[in-house]
Design a protein around this ligand. Structure first.
Ligand code: SF4
Ligand code: SF4
Ligand code: SF4
Length: 253
């Protein structure tokens, strides 16, 4: 049986999700044994033309050229995966959606009028998406689980519950209730193993909203804890402000 062909596309991103693949050599060897990384510009000089079985798209969509490339990727791939929170929700690039973009461009670029930029969205704003691998960066373990699921023809287990569940399973002391550190864990999708709380840092919400996330209630609780409204807004808009759930959290106060 021929190996499934995988293509990795880069849109507006820091390339950190692709680096996660390269940085995890044991997984890379496993992957290379089971699949054909046909198109991976960051890692290979020579890349094959499509069609592909699986396309991983990293990055938010922030300009017309990316919309065209994304639509072509959709046509080339049997399954298209949003790889990392930028591709899932707009991620960090979506912070620009609430700032005066032209003012910032004028500070950075000598000829800002040459730039063509659109509102930053996750890829499902433009195309149908078959799976979401969340996180900033995306979890390499989840990627491996996903690829194994595709190879075995079974549905991969991508966690719908909140980071708090994983935090409790690891028997971490709750930073929120015991130390008063505001934490996005109650409304954020699990899958990272509660990485930040396990290292004594509150969750910042990088994996986006968990199922049934009550973001309005958490925003009000942050307010009761004395967090300034602008900081509540910042927390909800940092990684997934374009989602309805985090958008409600940002706007409720
Ligand atoms: S999700 Fe995070 S690590 Fe991945 S490309 Fe976006 S900013 Fe970089
Ligand atoms: S530290 Fe954060 S993620 Fe962990 S249980 Fe407390 S609120 Fe939830
Ligand atoms: S604890 Fe929160 S911010 Fe940290 S990796 Fe997990 S989801 Fe992301």
């Amino acid at each position: 049986m021929s190996k499934p062909k995988i293509a990795i596309y880069k849109m507006s991103s820091c390339a950190g999700c692709q680096l996660e693949i390269l940085n995890f050599e044991p997984m890379l060897l496993d992957l290379l044994g089971a699949v054909d990384l046909s198109y991976f510009v960051m890692a290979k000089r020579e890349n094959e033309e499509g069609p592909y079985d699986i396309g991983l798209v990293e990055g938010a969509i922030t300009c017309g050229e990316e919309i065209s490339r994304l639509k072509k990727a959709r046509q080339q791939c049997r399954m298209l995966v949003a790889f990392g929170s930028c591709a899932c929700y707009g991620g960090l690039p979506s912070i620009k959606n609430w700032t005066s973009e032209r003012e910032i461009e004028e500070r950075v670029y000598p000829q800002p009028h040459l730039l063509e930029s659109t509102t930053a969205y996750g890829i499902d704003h433009y195309v149908t998406v078959d799976a979401y691998l969340k996180g900033c960066p995306a979890s390499r373990e989840e990627l491996l689980e996903f690829v194994k699921g595709v190879l075995l023809g079974i549905k991969p287990y991508l966690r719908p519950h909140s980071v708090c569940v994983e935090c409790k399973l690891h028997e971490n002391v709750c930073l929120f209730t015991s130390q008063g550190k505001v934490c996005m864990g109650p409304v954020t999708t699990a899958g990272c193993g509660a990485l930040c709380p396990a290292n004594n840092k509150p969750c910042e919400g990088c994996r986006g909203p968990a199922n049934d996330a009550n973001t309005e209630s958490l925003a009000r609780t942050f307010d009761e804890y004395g967090l300034h409204r602008s900081d509540v807004v910042r927390l909800f808009r940092k990684f997934a402000g374009m989602t309805p759930e985090f958008s409600r959290g940002a706007e409720v106060l």
